[in-house]
Design a protein around this ligand. Structure first.
Ligand code: PEP
Length: 244
């Protein structure tokens, strides 16, 4: 099974309307690399105008319920209605900062799929777990606990993002990335059988134009989830090129 490369930018809580010019430049540059799927996930406020630029646009979170008395929240059908094609769920900044548990992430992923969105499901271990040698067990438990019950493998990607690598400039060794991705693929295979071959596995954590080729070349790495380096075309497009 040939999986298309997938490079996704997570703008986090960054971007006013002036930043749409960067998104436009990113989408234009990405069109030169037809073999790579590129998407940007801006704050909620920019989803509509960014989607109108014609590139794949996503949310960074969604509520598990479609509507209701949840002040300040945005649901998966609302994201789709605004033009989003995908949503990130379970980012470590949501798990840590908003106390999201695996069960919450599972519910959000299921709601997003029901709303017709694709999902990027994030998992990743803290530094202490990595240093104690328990990273693979920790991440596989997150995968098992966060995966929706039933899903189309082509519409779900898993992003392995070691927490200690996010925004720090530190990255795991290529061998450690490949070992983790291989373990995730095997766990998916146990869970859904042959369909696991269609699930794209992204690496995230301090990916930049200098390290992208090595990281994207690792076994079972089908793309990247990029934070800081996704905010400008100058930093993001070299990562897209490395994936091509
Ligand atoms: C992220 O937050 O998903 C991320 C990978 O951030 P950065 O690329 O800045 O490490």
């Amino acid at each position: 099974m040939v999986r298309r490369k997938y490079v996704v930018g997570n703008w986090k809580m960054n971007g006013l309307s002036g930043a749409l010019a960067e998104a436009e430049a990113i989408f234009a540059g990405a069109r030169a690399h037809e073999a790579v799927d590129v998407a940007l996930c801006p704050p909620f406020t920019l989803i509509g105008p960014m989607a109108a630029l014609g590139g794949a646009t996503g949310g960074q979170d969604c509520h598990p319920q479609p509507s209701g008395a949840f002040t300040g929240s945005v649901s998966a059908p609302m994201l789709a209605d605004a033009g989003a094609a995908l949503v990130i769920v379970g980012h470590s900044e949501r798990r840590e900062g908003f106390a999201e548990r695996d069960a919450d992430v599972k519910a959000k992923a299921g709601a997003a799929l029901t709303a017709g969105l694709s999902v990027i499901l994030c998992v990743g271990e803290p530094l202490g777990v990595r240093e104690s040698g328990g990273a693979i067990d920790y991440v596989l438990a997150q995968v098992q606990g966060s995966l929706p019950g039933d899903f189309d493998p082509a519409r779900l990607a898993v992003a392995y993002e070691p927490i200690w690598a996010i925004g720090t400039g530190r990255v795991p060794t290529i061998e450690d990335v490949a070992a983790m991705h291989g373990a995730i693929r095997a766990a998916l295979s146990d869970r859904i059988g042959e369909g696991a071959a269609a699930v794209r596995l992204l690496y995230g954590g301090s990916v930049n134009g200098d390290n992208a080729a090595d990281l994207l070349g690792a076994r079972d790495v089908d793309g990247a989830l990029v934070g800081g380096a996704s905010l400008t075309a100058a930093k993001f497009l070299p990562i897209v090129e490395a994936a091509a």
